[in-house]
Design a protein around this ligand. Sequence first.
Ligand SMILES: Nc1ncnc2c1ncn2[C@@H]1O[C@H](COP(=O)(O)OP(=O)(O)OP(=O)(O)O)[C@@H](O)[C@H]1O
Ligand SMILES: [Mg+2]
Length: 282
Amino acid sequence: MAGASGCKTLKRCSMNFPSPSIPSEPLSPAVRVRHLSLWYGAFQAMFDLNLEIKQGIITSLIGPSGCGKSTLLRSVDRINERLGTVRIEGTIEVLGHDIHGPDVALAPLRKQVGMVFQRPNPLPISVFDNVLFGHRLHRHPGLTVSPQEEAELVENALRTVLLWDTVKDRLHQKATAGLSLEEQQKLCIARLLPVKPAVLLKDEPCSALDPKGTAAVEELLWTLRGEYSILLVTHNMAQARRASDECLFLLMGRVMEHGETAQLFLAPTCPETADYIEGRYG
Ligand SMILES: Nc1ncnc2c1ncn2[C@@H]1O[C@H](COP(=O)(O)OP(=O)(O)OP(=O)(O)O)[C@@H](O)[C@H]1O
Ligand SMILES: [Mg+2]
């Protein structure tokens, strides 16, 4: 089994999930997982995972159904814990900060780590209020944001996700009516941006979209790359190949291989990876 690749130099953050900056020293990993095992009740879903996700790139998580892709993703923003029956061992760090540390509250963690799901889930409120929802929720109670500043936040977020021209004349219409699935998914990504997360988790964000919508969301992911560290779960090998810098192959709750996407598809080191990417199972 190949070990995880990635940055070797770590920089611990002393603050509680500060906003990402561009340090002159080597970057700490966006996500660093050490000896992570996870159980749903008595069922063990992940086994001693060790991996490092680099900052500013897109990393695809691939593997057959049930291998633990969503479980790993949901562990990084601690959504799994809502189930109550989940137990973990090991550590997960985001930007060098232990997400299970005694000083960590869920709200700042969820500010730093944004999640996009398979099916777009805009709220049944206006496009404008959707984009500001997270920002209003997470902003400091003492912080005053003027209507003009809010309008700028909305416009910037919608421009970043390439949706501004489409929705600028219907900002105050309900987001759940009149937007295509592709537009809704872009809106769900826009909703995260005013909060300035460092890491974006995307669990099969294109699986409900047609080829045109898929291409549009992939293009968007590529534009977000650099500013954001993106973990992308996909079943689509062609998508992993064209839309990610690194690829991480999971099998039955274990990391089998992690490396540069081109290299992993060209010359995988594990026979299991070769069999999977060539479609012999999964
Ligand atoms: N809430 C849960 N309770 C019990 N077992 C679960 C739960 N969620 C996932 N599992 C199990 O954990 C394992 C990993 O599931 P997970 O959903 O992470 O896989 P996945 O790789 O995302 O699969 P898929 O490609 O089908 O989405 C599977 O065996 C699954 O049945
Ligand atoms: Mg899944």
